[in-house]
Design a protein around this ligand. Structure first.
Ligand SMILES: [Zn+2]
Length: 288
């Protein structure tokens, strides 16, 4: 069953061009879904947002793109009149942090140490290698962490968990313990072959290990918010990790030099944002 086309590949591709800097956001609508308790998932363009609302204010995970901030504010206002008090970034990519500065007037931005480093110093685009300029000061996380960090708000325990390098070298998952919801950032995406940002410290093997380590710690019935794609389950994320593992194994045992045909069994995965020709070099770095 591993080569079934992830159902939303086509839709997700439209929502995920190269970090969307030139994208037209005027037509984007923010769709809000209640996940569990007071935890909501907001979909627009770019990475999925998680938000928990309550009397103490709103805690948001990821911020999509800056031009979408007014629409995100409007969507949140329908849930609560309270301000966003904390914004946690799952990693530094612009489709997750582009809106940071637009929330910084009320929100303390929280992320792993490497997110701040890459936003502050600039980085390189994972696919084009072009420089990404430093982010404005207001967009930088003011609280950084490298080990699990917990927010206690409105009776909820929100654990921001720094993961080993996988999608990038600054990934975190965010676990709403009481609501039983986990935002996995881009270590789990549903658009087909994942983008693994090797230029910024990522690795396929690391992504698999990070997922395995985290999924072993959370309840089997937790609801999973992927970095991109619809609400998912722990089983979906496990299946994704196993598929990546099978791809790595296939590449490791293939005759050298390894050609793109090694990924033929997963051809449907290449109909998303990342093509087989782009994913193969990411696998080759770890296939030993
Ligand atoms: Zn990303």
């Amino acid at each position: 069953m591993r080569n079934l086309l992830p159902a939303f590949v086509v839709a997700a591709t439209a929502a995920f061009p190269a970090f969307g800097q030139q994208q037209d956001f005027s037509k984007v609508e923010i769709k809000t879904t209640r996940v569990s308790g007071n935890v909501f998932m907001l979909e627009g363009a770019g990475g999925n947002i998680a938000a928990i609302v309550g009397d103490d204010g709103i805690v948001m995970v990821d911020a999509q793109y800056a031009p979408l901030a007014p629409k995100i504010h409007a969507a949140l206002a329908k849930l609560s009149p309270k301000p966003v008090r904390f914004l946690i970034n799952t990693h530094f990519h612009g489709d997750h942090t582009g809106g940071n500065a637009e929330f910084a007037d009320t929100a303390a931005i929280i992320a792993s140490t490497n997110v701040r480093k890459r936003l502050e110093n600039g980085s390189v685009h994972p696919l084009t290698g072009k420089p990404i300029p430093p982010a404005p000061a207001a967009a930088l996380p003011i609280v950084t962490f490298d080990s699990p960090t917990v927010l206690h708000i409105d009776g909820e325990e929100i654990r921001a968990i720094a993961l080993r390098p996988g999608h990038t070298d600054g990934d975190s998952a965010v676990w709403f313990v009481k609501a039983n919801v986990v935002h996995l950032g881009d270590d789990f995406v549903t658009y087909g072959f994942p983008l693994v940002d090797v230029a910024n410290g990522g690795s396929v093997k690391g992504m698999i290990d990070a997922l395995d380590e985290l999924l072993a710690r959370i309840p089997a019935d937790a609801k999973i918010i992927p970095g991109h794609g619809p609400l998912s389950t722990v089983a979906d994320a496990r299946k994704f990790a196993r598929s990546l593992e099978e791809m790595l194994a296939a590449v490791a045992k293939a005759k050298k030099p390894v050609g793109v045909e090694v990924l033929a069994p997963w051809a449907p995965w290449g109909q998303g944002f990342i093509k087989a020709e782009q994913f193969l070099p990411m696998l080759l770095r770890d296939a030993k």
